[in-house]
Design a protein around this ligand. Sequence first.
Ligand SMILES: [Zn+2]
Length: 146
Amino acid sequence: MIKYTLICEETHEFEIWFSKSSDYDEQAPKGLIACPYCGSTKVEKGIMAPNVSTSRKKETIAEKQKAAMQMMNKAAAKIRKEIEDNCDYVGGNFADEARAIHYGEKPERAIYGEASAKDAADLHDEGVEIAPLPDMLSPKGKRKAN
Ligand SMILES: [Zn+2]
């Protein structure tokens, strides 16, 4: 089913349902579609209702995506703050610091910083527990350069 908004020669607007879009093209020239207000069979297509609802739907999806992104950014900001407040930033010394803590050379504490992929793999092999920090969760101004 497809809904058309039609306009007659007297500019009356009315809605009419067709089973398929070609119905209008077949029926209108034969004078089978009449304005319910004045009975005129000289009708033209107005704005199609399905198009209107489609664009409205798109708008809603865009709004929902925007809201979801804002929620994610808010959550990420909270995590970034947690990390900043509770962890020490060790920059490029991450691998050395993580090792020192792991082997008991330094007191246990939460740290974050930069490590190369090789460092990360080596640490993992040595049994040092590390977790990659996604860019959006890295505290401001201390994000990975790559
Ligand atoms: Zn009319």
